[in-house]
Design a protein around this ligand. Sequence first.
Ligand code: ADP
Ligand code: ZN
Length: 368
Amino acid sequence: VSTSAPQRRIVAVQVDPPYSVHVGAGLVGEVARRAEGWSRTFVLTDANVERLFGDIARGWPSAFVHAVAPGEDSKSFAMLERVLDAMVAAGCDRSSGLVAFGGGVVGDLGGLAAGLFHRGIPFVQAPTTLLAMVDSSVGGKTAVNLASGKNLAGIFHQPAEVYADTRFLATLPDDEYRSGLGEVIKTAVIDGPLFARLGELAPDIARREPEALAEVAEACVRVKARIVARDPFEQGERKLLNLGHTFAHAIEHAAGYGRIPHGVAVAVGVVLAAESGRAAGLAVEAGFVESLRSLARELDVPASLDALRHGYGIELHPDALLWAMARDKKARAGHPLYVVPFGPGAVERDVDLPEPSVMAALGQLRRS
Ligand code: ADP
Ligand code: ZN
């Protein structure tokens, strides 16, 4: 597969205020230009990213680099308070800006800190994980976790700019990479054309070729940007982005949070949603479930409960998953509505799937 020379890829996100997502191999230097007008550039990162790429961040104008511990535990209220205090200690004021330099944890925490500091200062997302590049850095959702649940305390605060440099992905641990690919598969199913293109790019994606990844990330951001612009506060259409997520949350919950990467659970969830639709007799395209599975296989993303057992040593029982789904925060009266893919580019939200069909899909995928 041929890939062209490095290209400028810019996606406009038409929300209020609008902003651009810049995608490309080697463009992280542009963050420096964006930070030039700020009295201070507070760079929020985590210890792994700091160790690998801290020198880049320290080169940004008036930069102060603050690293939190890697991992989901840093998405806490206690950590948020420490970050805000560190911003004061670093001399930040209302004309300062924040750069969230890392994965989704740093993006969610940093976006929230920027939204609260002096009632809101600008922030830039410089994602370093595939998941953050294709999903969490776009859309303006920020949050920390509460003891009672994930992402329960947060605000919408759109970034001033996003710079996704796909060269960072070379050092990403395999499981984190797979997790990003799971959301890529989900987005490709929502989109349609990207679904076929992913198959063509699979060998380049496997060796993390930065230009191929830039093409994929740009396409994913376009899909998300289009949907977010039409429904910035998740009142309707944006629910499409939750494809696979009712199942994914149940999988993550039943396995114990953190044991199965989020995007991997999403990939399994997309297949389960399609299987459930098929079992319910809905018009799922012939061969779609099979092509979904073979794409996942080419990208080395587990896409069945059986594959999760092999890959992670975790046995998930259909009953436990069904129980977890009934408790999902989006379920009404213990009965979730699903996003169902009928084929590439043909996805419907708020589908009421009969429980026996879901159960059949869970049982089927367990044996496959
Ligand atoms: P996500 O984007 O999946 O929500 P996290 O913020 O939890 O991710 O980051 C996942 C892990 O990957 C963390 O341990 C983080 O330190 C590490 N990480 C992030 N970016 C890179 C990178 N480019 N290279 C290596 N490790 C990275
Ligand atoms: Zn997700």
